[in-house]
Design a binder for this molecule. Structure first.
Ligand code: 4AD
Ligand code: MG
Length: 431
């Protein structure tokens, strides 16, 4: 008899198995205890009937507290009424630790209490489902790029320069000589890598000293950033669209149970198919006028604008060709007027906000140098980046997709802080 995970109970019907896990909750009714047991792969109900087991064992089963660690031996039974479709007829119960006063009861707790107990909250059914889906999203992202012959080229975390504006930089002392910053984006290094290997992706944590307390902002989050030599803005949009479709399809394929536990309306995900609508910034502005969000032409999209666009399309929508003033220094401008940055933001449906942002990059040395100066960025620390425009410069582009925002959308979670194991925000760095 060896350990069997709850996920695999279907293959062990009628057999005696050993479950190693924890007591999730208990309900008792006269001569019966219904123990909900969890082992990390799922939750199963175990029935303990007085008279069928030793009296002492029956008493123990009725006494141990929530999250007690247990090793249970029992027979797997198919039962349509049981949560998950299987039940464990308990024969033996070994208690490794009897827990008293587990802090998180199954009643409602406020978000602050739960976040302070994040190390324990992760054990709850919905949080575990979010983490499994996050893990799948990471895997689906890697598969998408690996299958298309992209090379994984990770960027450094300590950097000498800003990528996404100087207002959200975390500064650290770097020995005696210098200041360093925690990276805001691996993009600039990704560009160097694309010039070396053609198609690459960077995938790792990035940091933003965001002073905003919104439900979409973390100070530490994960981003995947593909970068492709010879790519245009249209190529960048095609790649982003394909990635998101593939990720959603993989989650739907493997995580129906988790999505059900999250009470996610999967019909909203099942309709996510290419092509996604693509509109210019000017078209978005006109639409927002009609939708009455109070949008002012020339500004970046605010949260209500993003929500309205997402609702209008019910699909991720790509807004491209932005007034260059609201976009980063590295974006190339349109050849005809020079007014628009060849950038795009992918806005997700259901209030999920901006899922990805990308662009074709400025590839002309003099223009780029002018931008760096105009943005007041320190030229010295960009010398290496300018070399990329000195030696074999080509059109190229890429984007960054925020992992937590993508997971929050797919899982139907209101706040991105539930979509990373241990979130860091403006006012939280514990646990
Ligand atoms: O739009 P952003 O700032 O783009 C870049 O950093 C580019 N350098 C990417 C590139 O072209 N390689 O960030 C990309 C995405 C956003 O669309 C959003 O999903 C996510 O990263 N993001 C955040 N997620 C959580 N918390 C924050 N504070 C975030 N800031 C951006
Ligand atoms: Mg952006």
């Amino acid at each position: 008899m060896s350990q069997v995970y709850i996920r695999d109970f279907g293959a062990h019907v009628g057999k005696v198995v050993v479950l190693k896990g924890w007591l999730y909750s208990r309900r008792s009714k006269g001569k019966l205890h219904f123990l909900l047991l969890r082992d990390g792969t799922g939750i199963v109900q175990s029935v303990v009937m007085k008279g069928e087991v030793a009296d002492e064992l029956f008493d123990v089963a009725g006494r141990i507290g929530q999250e007690s660690s247990v090793i249970v031996t029992g027979v797997v039974r198919e039962d349509a009424r049981a949560p998950g479709g299987y039940e464990l007829g308990l024969q033996d119960l070994q208690v490794l630790q009897d827990v008293k006063d587990y802090p998180i009861a199954h009643q409602e707790h406020g978000p602050d209490f739960l976040m302070t107990h994040r190390h324990l909250w992760l054990r709850s059914k919905k949080q575990a489902a979010v983490m499994r889906i996050r893990s799948r999203v990471v895997r689906a992202i890697r598969d998408y790029f690996d299958d298309r012959d992209f090379t994984l080229m990770d960027a450094p975390i300590f950097t000498p320069n800003a990528c996404e504006g100087t207002s959200t930089l975390f500064e650290v002392n770097y020995f005696d000589e210098a200041k360093a910053y925690l990276t805001q984006s691996g993009q600039l290094y990704g560009e160097a890598a694309a010039m070396a290997l053609g198609k690459i992706y960077v995938f790792g944590p990035v940091f933003r000293a965001e002073k905003s307390k919104t439900r979409r902002h973390l100070t530490e989050f994960w981003m995947v950033e593909p970068e492709v030599a010879y790519a245009t803005l249209a190529d960048v949009m095609n790649l982003a669209e394909g990635l998101v479709c593939s990720v959603v399809a993989e989650v739907l394929k493997h995580h129906r149970k988790d999505l059900a536990d999250l009470e996610r309306d999967v019909s909203k995900l099942e309709c996510i198919k290419a092509p996604f609508p693509r509109i210019t910034y000017d078209e978005a502005a006109a639409l927002l006028q009609k939708l009455g969000t109070g949008f002012v032409y020339g500004n970046d999209l605010g949260a209500p604008d993003e929500t309205a666009l997402g609702e209008h399309f019910g699909m991720p929508v790509m807004v491209h060709s932005w007034p260059h003033e609201v976009k980063a220094f590295y974006m190339k401008r349109d050849a005809a007027t020079g007014r628009f940055a060849l950038g795009m933001d992918m806005i997700g449906p259901e209030g999920s906000g901006e899922l990805a942002g990308g662009s074709q990059r400025e590839d002309d040395l003099d223009v780029l140098l002018g931008r760096i100066k105009a943005h007041g960025l320190p030229e010295e620390s960009f010398a290496w980046y300018l070399d990329l425009r000195r030696y074999g410069s080509v059109p190229h582009g890429g984007f960054g997709l925020g992992l937590e925002r993508t997971v929050a959308w797919i899982c139907g979670r209101e706040h991105v802080r539930e979509c990373i194991p241990f979130p860091r925000t403006l006012n939280r760095i514990y646990p």
